[in-house]
Design a protein around this ligand. Sequence first.
Ligand code: SF4
Length: 180
Amino acid sequence: MSKLRVATVWLSGCAGCHMSFLDLDEHLLDLAKAMELVYSPIADIKEFPEGVELVLVEGAVANSDNLTMARQVRQRSKAVVSFGDCAVTGSVPSLRNPLAVSDLLDTVYHEEGPGKVAKDGETDGMLPELLTRVLPLHHVINVDAFIPGCPPDPERIWVAVNALLNGESVQLSEEMRRFG
Ligand code: SF4
């Protein structure tokens, strides 16, 4: 039996959702029998591949790199799961939304920054451009399912992922949406 091609992606989040995934503990051994991890910050693979069957996306969409990655993930994946509160609602990264990007950069680099490392325009090419607002993933691309939580409970992750690994592709969507 061929293994399911699974990926995980880390946008603007704290990696806590990935840590919760690793807290599946012995379930990870079961997963390893049924899936092949083809892209993940855990595996440090550089290029998001074609033909991904299931991808869990952690983090909100906060900058131009996140946006490019989210679109690429959608193009190359069959099922996209919004993984954790930052992806589902924007959560912690979206706390900066009341601030203008210019005010934010000014505060970080000119007033509060370590050694005032950048002046106006000097961040060009150094940092991905910040979006004017931090967005939940489904505001940017179509999402097939949601796993909320900060971070999502490992048992919740297991129920959702295990359903797909058992071939319950239609039920999976329904089951996962129950958490949304
Ligand atoms: Fe971190 Fe919580 Fe956001 Fe996950 S949902 S990336 S644990 S802040």
